[in-house]
Design a protein around this ligand. Structure first.
Ligand code: 5GP
Length: 197
């Protein structure tokens, strides 16, 4: 049982596409009911298995711009030509109530949240075991769309360049082991917070 601090924390998971971040995020949420996963807004087209309001809130560019103009986003970024953003919504209230948040966002979003809420975040970068391994995972997911895979690999290399800006870096060689390491990080960060909260 992980000890709880008073104020919640924001676990940020960043990684290149295909490094297993979504699976890890689900495992964390399933194993720890104190975590809420922030559902981002995006202008990207849904993938076949994705559900609106569950995986993302899928919106068009006009709606995204409207939310942005209304200053509704805590952070936002353009990734792969699509917009992504995290709504401020109830985040601060939840943290005050001791609830934790999980953000699956890229390095650009992490930089923004780092400036706004430096003490609340626990930034974790998930690395694939190798570039070849990542390419194989993407091939499985994107099947025969070579252009998309090439584009994702280029983006992956750009994203990986930012691993050193994160407090923690975990290699996802084997999902259970990676999950265990993240669980340890959460435990340590909660303990650290409970000493000064
Ligand atoms: P995908 O399209 O593969 O789901 O996500 C592409 C990238 O966008 C991933 O690196 C993911 O972490 C990032 N991303 C997803 N939601 C957000 C968000 O709300 N803000 C930011 N900055 N990045 C996001």
């Amino acid at each position: 049982m992980i000890s709880k601090s008073k104020r919640g924390l924001i676990l940020i998971l960043s990684s290149p596409s295909g490094a297993g971040k979504t699976t890890l995020a689900k495992k964390i949420q399933d194993s720890d009911s104190n975590f809420k996963i922030s559902i981002s807004y995006t202008t990207r087209t849904p993938r076949p298995n994705e559900i609106d309001g569950v995986d993302y809130n899928f919106v068009d560019v006009n709606k995204f711009q409207e939310l942005s103009n209304q200053n509704k986003f805590l952070e936002q970024a353009k990734v792969f030509g699509n917009y992504y953003g995290t709504l401020k919504g109830p985040i601060e209230d939840s943290l005050v109530q001791g609830k934790d948040y999980l953000f699956d966002i890229d390095w650009q979003g992490t930089e923004q949240v780092k400036k706004i809420m430096p003490l609340d975040i626990v930034p974790v970068f998930i690395l694939p075991p190798s570039i070849i391994d990542l390419e194989n995972r993407l091939k499985k997911r994107e099947e025969k769309n070579k252009e998309l895979i090439d584009q994702r690999m280029k983006m992956a290399k750009d994203e990986i360049n930012h691993w050193k800006d994160y407090k923690y870096v975990v290699v996802n060689k084997e999902v259970e082991n990676c999950f265990e390491q993240i669980t340890k990080i959460i435990k340590i960060e909660r303990e650290l917070r409970s000493t000064f909260n």
